[in-house]
Design a binder for this molecule. Sequence first.
Ligand code: PAF
Length: 293
Amino acid sequence: MLITKTIAETRAALGKVRSEGKRIGFMPTLGYIHEGHLTLVDIAKKHSDFVIVSIFVNPTQFGPKEDFSAYPRDFERDRRMFDARGVALIFAPSVEEMYPELELIKFQIEKMSDHLCGERRPGHFNGVVQVVAKLFNIIQPDVAVFGQKDVQQLFVLKRLVYDLNFPTKIIMGPTVREPNGLAMSTRNVYLTPTQRAQSSILYQSLQRAKELIQLGERRASVVIAEMTKMIQTATEGRIDYVEIVHTSDLQPIETLEGRVAIALAVYFGKARLIDNIILDINEKSVSEMPTGD
Ligand code: PAF
């Protein structure tokens, strides 16, 4: 497995790979890897011949009061886990390599960051779009894999690729869960054992939402109220939001129809947990959006 730190050496290594006719699969990360990331590596492997991951805690996507400095980092552990899973190259640049000067060009996202996490984390998705656009330009992957857990990120990045004509196909990987249903996340390390046990209600509330819709409920407000009640009754978690949006523009909808994301964010102590399901809803059927292709 190769490790590169600079843009120049990464481009040189990938130029050689491309000249051999190999397809490049990419997965960007903030590091501190868990099984959720490794599942995305498996998907990247299925769709390409050479898998590159990046490890970069991107400062531009953290707000001033967020956990940029405290974000867990352990390069040696990440390196071993990626190596064991068959990653071919890790790109681990420094902040200076990625942002050598104050940037004068930035992105503006219309509508798609107005709700869900975007509303609560101003500037976050601008930072994500900025770093992913830079990484895509450096790596020029054929496919890139992003997890469903960060649903708003996934659909904003799909739109980035569409609007700016990046030749990269975005693939959605599944949310990998702990045995109790908690979505795997680096920030789960902040949970106490009690909070971890209580967090199982989040996925249960999403499953209940799906059940209600399968039974014929189409009013978003009723589904949201039921989920809110479940979470508030069973935990000390503080709800940040429970929302239902259309995946095309991430705007809230009142009557459930088409492809929708049911998404939530709940604080347990200092951990902010997010989760979601994506449903295709029509008059006759309700099904979860498939992942992995
Ligand atoms: O989801 C993440 O880990 C980050 O937002 C990403 C895509 C690596 C960009 O920094």
